[in-house]
Structure formats: C-alpha cells, structure tokens
Design a binder for this molecule. Sequence first.
Ligand SMILES: Cc1ncc(COP(=O)(O)O)c(C=O)c1O
Length: 369
Amino acid sequence: MTKIIEMSRTHPPLVPAIFDPEYRAAMNGVLSRFSPSEVVGAHRWMGTDADRQAGAAFTGRRLGSTPDAGRVIVTNGTQSAFNMLFGGLVGQGNVLAVERLTYPPILVLAKRFGFIPKGVEMDGEGIIPEALEELCRSDGPKALYLLSTLQNPTTATMSLARRQAIVDVARRYDLQIIEDDIYSLLPDDLPPPLSALAPERSWYMLGVAKTIAAGMKIAYVVAPNAALAEAQFWPGVRATFWMAAPISAAVSTQLIETGGTARIIDAVRQEMVARHRIVRPMLERTDFETKDGALHVWIRLPETVSAADLAVHIRERGVNIGTGDPYALPGEKAPQAIRIGIGHAKSHAELEEATRVIADSHDEFFRQQ
Ligand SMILES: Cc1ncc(COP(=O)(O)O)c(C=O)c1O
C-alpha cells in the first residue's frame, strides 16, 4: 500500500518528550492519590468538585478570571457537549445562526435534532455583525454557534471590537452564544472570548483535543450560571452519553493541578512555531490564510479551479487534504479552497514532503488554467 501523509486533520503535533512523562506522572498521581475503585467505580456526573475547579482554572486562562466552579461541566469532548447544547438551547424547528462555512458536525446534528442552521456572512474577522443582525430580524435564531478565534476552516480571528459588536447584537436579540474556543490556547495576545464579554448568555467550550490530546476526550463547558448548567446537563434530565470517562477526567484534573497542561501546551506551541516556519515560505505562491498558533492553513483558489479535483490530484501523489465543501450549508456552495492540517505530520521531513506536493500540485493546476 502506498504511504499517505495525513494533512486533512487539525490534530496538534505529538510532543512525546514532554507529553509522555507528564501524562504518566498524572496517571500515577491519580492512582496513588485515590483507590482505583473510587475513581472508576461510579460516574463522575458533571465532574467532581476538584474536576470542576480544575476546569474553572483551565477555562479561566482564556476567560480572564476563574469562573465559579458551579458553572463548569466536564464533558466527553466538545462534540458530545454539542448534543446537549443544540438540543436544549435551539430545539426542533428553530434556527441556529452559524458561520457561513461551519464545522461540519453541526450540519449532521441539525438533521438529527431538527433545528435549522442559517449561515451568517463572514469577512477576515469572522461573522459580520450587520449580517448577524439581519438574520436575527428575518429568522429569529435562538442561538449563535461560532469560533471567535482561528475559525474552522478559514482561520478568521475576531478583534476585540468585532467581539463586542457581536455581543451587542446577541444582547439586543436575546441570542444564546455557544462559543467553541478549541483553537485558542496556542496563539499569544488574543482578545477575550465573547463568553467573557457576555457571560449571562454564553456557553463557553474549551476542549483539550487541539492542544493536549484528541484521545483524552475532555472538554470543559462554562454555563451562564450554576442553575442553567444543571438544567442543561444534569443526566437525570436527558441522556447521559456526554459524560467524561472518569479516568480521563481525573487525569485531566491532575494535569491541570500540577501544571502539566501548561507545559504540554507550551511544547505544542513551540512545535507549531517550527512548523509554520517550514510551511509558510513553501506556500508563498498560493493565496493562503493562517495565523500564528493555527493548526491548519486555508488556501483559496480561483473559482475556475476545482478544489475537489485538486484534492484528488494531491491524494494521488500521497497526501490527504480537505476542501471547503463539507463546511457549506445545505443548498449553498463552498468557495473553491483547500484546508491543510499541519500538526498531524509525524516529522518535519514528512511535513515538508507533503507541503511540497501540495504547492507543486497547486502550481500545476494554475498553469493549466
Ligand atoms: C471547531 C471544532 N470543534 C470541536 C472539535 C472536536 O472537539 P472534541 O474532540 O473536543 O469533540 C474540532 C475538531 O476538529 C473542531 O474543529
């Protein structure tokens, strides 16, 4: 079988020299502090007090201050939290405002829960406030799902002024904000999330998949207040599949408490600096968009070039990439563009090899125009 280099995912790079000893120490720490039967003998529900305090400290890194632990819910990853939030906050037949190009699972969940995703026009900073306001007037959405930092797939990141303008619209039209901040831990000097500006209506989600490890399946959700957190997530009310596996929740808590989380994030951040140094000069002939700390690059193509054909061409040369198509809303057309994940390649040599294939294939397609 020919080797395929995976560049379609936005996984963070592995940093085993730091991650492995930190994770081992955290696991050993959990097993020496607690009896295993205590750890895995029961559900952890929304998290133990210590889990929720750790989640408060972790999300506090971005929120600017540590939220009350009663507002925090420990979940089995962002995607599982979606199931509770979209079902409960939007509901059947109602509208969810999303970015015009949105994270594909939202579209799958829309079908499952019967809500209607409506796209809001974006520019280089993400959702445009006037376009959101227009949608609020015409369709009365219940909530807005967005990434204010390193939007997937475009890498658009909102300035503070843009964040404030979106919050202003949300307040005037009584929108709940479901903010997925999963890519926010690697860039430096970011403005605060919308959830820090409008905590009374925000559901803040901070998963560990893009910085610590995708397989840990942990995301912390911060609700507007403790009562709403319980109403939305308490397992007695709805299904329970969103709960974190206790051992993973316990290890994550231990990693946060000991500073291991911060050390792993620093190592991933450094590795991404090196990867950006490799990739950016190689793509300079393309119309690419990325930012420091981004795990992916978005490359726009002329509308006369087929992104799907280019992806097939690149795959035939041993590299798997994504196109904009899965991000388009039903009935809409994605712009011709490709998305390449730069964290997943196993080495710098592999990253360089794959990026060369992408850049050369891109040039070939351009010449054929
Ligand atoms: C925008 C966004 N949210 C969430 C996730 C996945 O989150 P989790 O692994 O916490 O379910 C991804 C992964 O690709 C993503 O791109």
